[in-house]
Design a binder for this molecule. Sequence first.
Ligand code: ZN
Length: 313
Amino acid sequence: MTGAQEERDELYVRLKEFEGRAAATAGVGKDPVNEPMIRHWCEAMGDTGPAYTGPEVIAPPAMLQAWTMGGLSGHADRSPAYEGLFGLLDGAGYTSVVATDCEQEYLRPLRPGDRITFDAVIESVSERKTTKLGTGYFVTTRTDVRAQGEPAGTHRFRILKYTPAAVRRALPRTGRGLRPRPVINRDNAGFWQGVAGHRLLIQRCGGCGTQRFPWLPGCNACGCQEWDTVEASGEGTVFSHVVMHHPPFPAFGTSEAGGPYAVALIELAEGVRMVSNVVGVPYDKVRTGMPVRLEFLRTDAELELPVFRGGED
Ligand code: ZN
C-alpha cells in the first residue's frame, strides 16, 4: 500500500465514525402542511392528480422533504456531527458537493394542518469512489418525518462530496477560465454526440410522437420509453431571456472580469425550448421574439456548445 492510500484509508476510518450520528435532532417544519404549498408544488410539477385538490386534499407524497426544508433562512440546528463530517471532507480537499439521488418511503398521507417534526441521522459513508465528476465519498442521510407525532415517511438523501478532477484538469493557469463541463450520462449521451457532429438532436417519443428537450429517458405525455431523434433545423426565436450580473464568472462574461451576459430561452422552430446563449448581439440588445439561428461555439479545446446567433437579418 502506498503512503497516499494509507492516508485515504485513515480518512475513511474517521468518516465511518460519523455513521449513526445525528444530522438533525427534533427538527420542526417551518410551516404545517398547507394548501398553498401543495398548489404551488403541483403547478411547478405539472401534477394534476385529483387527490391534491378539493375538500379531501392530501399532499403529494413526493413533497415529503419539502415540509422539512429550512428555506433561505435555514434551520438553526445543523448538528455538530454533520458540521464535523463536512469539515473533515472539506479539509481533505473534497470541497465540492452534488446531490446524487434520494429514496422515499411513505407511511401515511399528509393533510393540511399536520404539524411536521423530524430527526435525521448520518446513515452511511461510502468508501472512496471515483466518478466522472471526480473522486470522493457518498454520504447518505436518513430523515424520519412525523406528522402530528406519528411516523409519516422516510427520506434518504445521498450526496457526493468530491474533488472535481475534470474541472481542475481543465482550468487554465491564466486567462478567463473555462466553462463548466457538461455532465454526460446514459440519458443525454446521444445529445452530446450530436453536438460533436454539429447536429442539434431533439428526442421524439416512439409512442405518441411528442418531441422533448432536454433529453429524458421517458415521455412526459405518455410515459413511453421508446424514442428516436429529430435534427433541429436550427431556426428559432428568443422566447425569454435574463441578463446575469452576479455572480461574475469570467468564463461566461462579456468582459475579463465576468461582466454581464444574456441567458436566453430559445424556442426552436420544432416547438421545444432550450436554454442557451445568444451571440452576435450585445447582452442588452437581446429581445424576446428575436429570430436566431443555431451555430456551434468552440469555447475551448475540449468543449463545443450549441449557441444562437441573432441580429444579422
Ligand atoms: Zn409519448
